[in-house]
Design a protein around this ligand. Structure first.
Ligand SMILES: C[S@@+](CC[C@H](N)C(=O)[O-])C[C@H]1O[C@@H](n2cnc3c(N)ncnc32)[C@H](O)[C@@H]1O
Length: 176
């Protein structure tokens, strides 16, 4: 998240595409401050309840919860307006492992995210291939990212080479 935060300033609009338990949502809410906005997407009611509770305990009221797939991002946020969109792929920690992000939806959501960020903005994708859907999804996301037009986007990929048990991998895409 620390790289992502360097692209965000107070007053910005940002997106947590998969709010889950709300850990990233809180970090984003703090980064944009009371003048800014966070759109927090998740398809699960449980995730929104956890996120709302966490936000309440921190006293943030600058978050708009959206209980829809991140593929609907463009219906809620104008194009080229967000400083950052954050995806943390997989299933809800402590939740139903069968409800997970999928390669098809994630590729569509990433396309939406690239349209939603402003020039100079960033899309962050945290991926984990420790489960079947996650491995397929990571492969699809990396293939997609490699094909992005080099004149329009920079893509960086971080893999924790000496860590065991499928550590998370991170993709950063910035728009020129
Ligand atoms: C790994 S968790 C996110 C963890 C979160 N960043 C946190 O701080 O707890 C992935 C989340 O993505 C959600 N999800 C799955 N498919 C989705 C979709 N199409 N749109 C939005 N959220 C989705 C799941 O319900 C799950 O809560």
């Amino acid at each position: 998240m620390s790289v992502t935060l360097t692209y965000i300033k107070h007053g910005d609009t940002v997106v947590d595409a998969t709010c889950g338990t709300g850990q990233d949502t809180v970090v984003l809410a703090r980064a944009v401050g009371s003048e800014g906005s966070v759109y927090a997407f998740d398809i699960q009611k449980n995730a929104h309840l956890l996120t709302e509770a966490r936000l309440r305990s921190h006293g943030f009221n600058n978050v708009h919860p959206v209980m829809q797939s991140f593929v609907s991002m463009s219906e809620h946020i104008p194009e080229k307006s967000a400083a950052a969109v954050v995806f943390n792929l997989g299933y809800l920690p402590g939740g139903d492992h069968s409800i997970t992000t999928t390669a098809a939806a994630t590729l569509e959501g990433l396309g939406c995210a690239l349209r939603t960020i402003r020039p100079g903005g960033i899309v962050t994708v945290v991926m984990c291939d420790g489960h079947e859907e996650g491995a397929e999804e990571k492969k699809a996301v990396l293939e997609w990212a490699e094909s992005l037009a080099p004149k329009r986007f920079h893509v960086a990929y971080v893999s924790l080479l000496n860590q065991k048990n499928h550590p998370p991998e991170i993709l950063w895409i910035t728009k020129k």
